[in-house]
Design a protein. Structure first.
Length: 296
């Protein structure tokens, strides 16, 4: 669902209804009249035995004087060595604490690989989404040096993939300037053929063939809907659309006040001939190391 540019957003505080064995988790909920909802929450933890859990104060702030159409959220905290706070902005699930039965079926195999044959658990089980990501990472065939670092990098690449279509975004960011205060604040939340090919090179080499197959299906669908002159665009939306009209959001500030904030990308109609070579390389690797039936 798309949030209209000038639609007022209501921000309110709240707590989850969660099992009594857990402390209530504070959150801020963003809602709009169109029904679009996001919630912002945090996880505070200590990564060292001598470190205490950090205290976080999450609240709302009135910034209407700066042109904002609703309240803003802020967090106040102080971190010391060994402390960490993770912030999560998400679309809340329709059913709180829903159980993924497919994940439950694979639970024993996952725990065996995570905790060893004795099933000794070093900490409490991760939530279903984290377990799903960890389970997918176990499909990696990489056995070389710095395995943990490679898998962390692979996870970052996998998080760039829009699973419903297989599209790979260049970066999940916009309004991050090349330098603070600079005007080069581009929206990279689109699927560039060249960038996606590089991402798939890495994932295929690590054994993530499912992701490669999904992207091949995505790009073959684009080939079935080429431009009138037979060319491809250099980028597409995550749904495969060609319309990436660039718009400036003058009522918003980017990172550390950098402006303008842009959504969409005006470079979508640029000509970059090197995308075809990169795409051919990607298709070749996909045919060689993934599903061979993917012939356009």
């Amino acid at each position: 669902m798309k949030l209209k540019r000038y639609e007022r957003v209501v921000v309110r505080g709240g707590r989850d209804t969660i099992p009594p064995s857990h402390d209530p988790q504070q959150k801020v909920v963003f809602t709009s009249r169109s029904g679009f909802t996001l919630d912002l929450r945090y996880i505070a933890e200590s990564t060292a035995e001598a470190a205490s859990t950090p205290v976080v104060q999450l609240g709302t702030l009135d910034l209407t004087s700066k042109g904002h159409k609703g309240l803003a959220a802020y967090a106040s905290l102080q971190l010391s060595e060994g402390q960490a706070v993770t912030f999560i902005l998400r679309t809340p699930p329709e059913t709180p604490h829903a159980v993924d039965h497919k994940l439950q079926e694979g639970k024993s195999e996952l725990e065996r690989k995570l905790f060893g044959p004795l099933g000794v658990k070093a900490r409490t089980l991760d939530d279903p989404l984290t377990k799903k990501l960890l389970h997918n990472l176990l499909s990696s065939t990489y056995t070389g040096s710095w395995k943990e670092a490679v898998h962390r990098s692979a996870l970052a690449l996998k998080l760039l993939i829009f699973e419903p279509t297989g599209a790979v975004v260049a970066s999940p960011t916009f309004s991050l300037p090349e330098f603070i205060g600079g005007a080069r604040n581009w929206d990279y939340r689109a699927s560039w053929i060249r960038d996606s090919s590089f991402t798939l090179y890495a994932l295929i080499r690590l054994g993530f063939t499912q992701e490669a197959n999904a992207y091949m299906e995505f790009i073959f669908e684009r080939l079935r809907n080429k431009n009138p002159d037979g060319s491809l665009q250099i980028m597409y939306t995550i749904h495969g659309g060609k319309d990436l009209e660039e718009t400036k959001l003058t009522h918003l500030d980017g990172h550390k006040g950098s402006q303008p904030v842009r959504i969409g990308n005006g470079a979508a109609d640029h000509i970059q001939l090197d995308i075809y070579g990169k795409l051919m390389d990607c298709i070749y690797l996909g045919q060689k190391m993934c599903r061979r039936s993917l012939i356009y």
